[in-house]
Design a protein. Structure first.
Length: 135
């Protein structure tokens, strides 16, 4: 049995209501730095329409590396998000359930469990069992 936790910063699409403008997801560079200092298993979850990847999930480490190479430190366009992220469904199936995502650090697990006045929003609790099937 393994326990793992990930930190997810959700961002909502802003400015996409004007005809001809797609808007962007506002980013706070200091928040990204804070997340990555807590765990390398930190992600951005972008809420709003994206053409290729609905509700894209982007590793914070990836976006910080892209900022270092010239990407905007203040916002992500929906088109760019679709190109660099994977859909929430794919991320949950392949990374979370597949146990590629998550940090087993006991301090992070304690933080994920929360305490009085600081309860986390639990996105999912998953249990995997090994079942022997005889045919």
């Amino acid at each position: 049995f393994t326990s793992r936790a990930s930190l997810i910063q959700a961002k909502r699409l802003h400015g996409g209501h004007v005809v001809g403008k797609s808007g962007s997801y506002p980013i706070d560079f200091s928040q990204l730095q804070n997340l990555i200092l807590q765990t390398p298993s930190s992600y951005l979850l972008l809420l709003g329409p994206c053409a290729v990847a609905p509700m894209p999930v982007i590793p914070v480490r990836l976006y910080l590396d892209l900022i270092a190479r010239g990407a905007s430190p203040t916002g992500i366009s929906p088109d760019f998000a679709s190109n660099i992220g994977k859909s929430l469904a794919s991320w949950l199936l392949y990374d979370v359930i597949g146990l590629w995502a998550g940090d087993p650090n006991p301090k992070l697990l304690d933080k994920a469990k929360g305490c009085a006045g600081s309860e986390p929003y639990i996105l999912a609790k998953l249990t995997a069992r090994n079942v022997k099937v005889i045919i």
